[in-house]
Design a protein around this ligand. Sequence first.
Ligand SMILES: [Zn+2]
Length: 100
Amino acid sequence: MTDQSAAVPRSVRRGPPITLTCDCGERRYLRYGERWKCEKCGKTWNTKRIPVEQYAAIRATQMRYRRIPLAISVFGGTTQLVVTWMIWPPPCFFIAGTAT
Ligand SMILES: [Zn+2]
């Protein structure tokens, strides 16, 4: 690792990979600060050219989009559990219900 990569915040370096599509159509996933030389056309790509602030913004957007399906799945799972309990109550609930 060079001195330059050390200047990149850890959160950014550990962030999601950047999808890079070369002019020739070759695609590669790179971490921030990584360099890639296209095997097809020989063009070099340097993700460090992307300003850190811009990458942080991209990362924030990606995280936000990742949170939506997670929220939906959590909500869906909870709803399903509640509905299941209403139809088939767990044994402890059932006992408590019949005892009274
Ligand atoms: Zn290329």
